[in-house]
Design a binder for this molecule. Structure first.
Ligand code: COA
Length: 177
């Protein structure tokens, strides 16, 4: 059988106009990926808090958080966001999500490498992130890309929901090779 045709991949900045589609995509991904990791109730609660358009717009307008979209053959299938932390030279990867049918094909690594390169360009020397301890697929992808567990943290998210996360970190090389 002939190998599958290579698919055209683009990683593009997201603007305010892209945020409704991004929030809808987040809903699709979260409702497919997170059952078994967190409860359905927590999924809906966190989506309503973290992906409310006002919240996303505020992050983009005033918090210096940037959003990027990953398109495969012109279809919007994933996104990431990252932004500054209080500590100089540190940036945080806030989001990194792909539709499940696009997992395990190297697209997550491409998205991560793009974010790392942008963070480095913006002066970061260290990139940090939080990931649910039960999200083995994501933890494995981050480890494969050079992130290491730095700490364990439980965050109260209100309404009886907590986030039981690993904090992971990667030192960003100063030179591009
Ligand atoms: C986390 C996430 C972005 C990782 O994306 P991913 O594309 O699955 O991860 P990777 O890029 O590391 O994929 C590597 C896999 O693709 C395979 N692969 C195929 N072609 C490849 C290529 N050209 N380059 C690299 N890997 C390739 C690798 O062999 C590996 O396979 P395996 O998973 O069977 O070991 C993705 O799993 C995801 O969106 N998860 C749900 C959302 C989520 O939990 N996000 C994190 C929140 S903190």
């Amino acid at each position: 059988m002939a190998p599958p045709a290579p698919r055209y991949v683009e990683i593009l900045p997201a603007t305010e106009a892209d945020l409704p589609a991004l929030a809808a995509l987040a809903g699709d991904i979260w409702r497919q990926h997170y059952p078994g990791i967190i409860s359905r109730e927590q999924i809906e609660y966190m989506l309503s808090q973290m992906y409310a358009l006002d919240t996303l717009r505020e992050q983009l307008r005033t918090q210096g958080i940037l959003f990027v979209r990953l398109l495969v053959a012109e279809r919007f299938v994933g996104f990431a966001s990252f932004g500054p932390q209080p500590e100089l030279g540190v940036m945080k990867l806030h989001k990194c999500y792909l539709l499940p049918e696009f997992h395990s094909q190297g697209f997550g690594s491409r998205l991560l490498q793009y974010c790392e390169s942008e963070c480095r360009r913006l002066g970061a020397r260290r990139l940090v992130l939080a990931v649910n301890k039960r999200n083995v697929k994501a933890i494995t992808a981050y480890q494969r890309n050079g992130f290491q567990v730095a700490a364990s943290v439980i965050t109260d998210f209100g309404h009886g929901f907590v986030m039981d996360d690993f904090l992971m970190a990667k030192e960003l090389a100063t030179n591009e090779n």
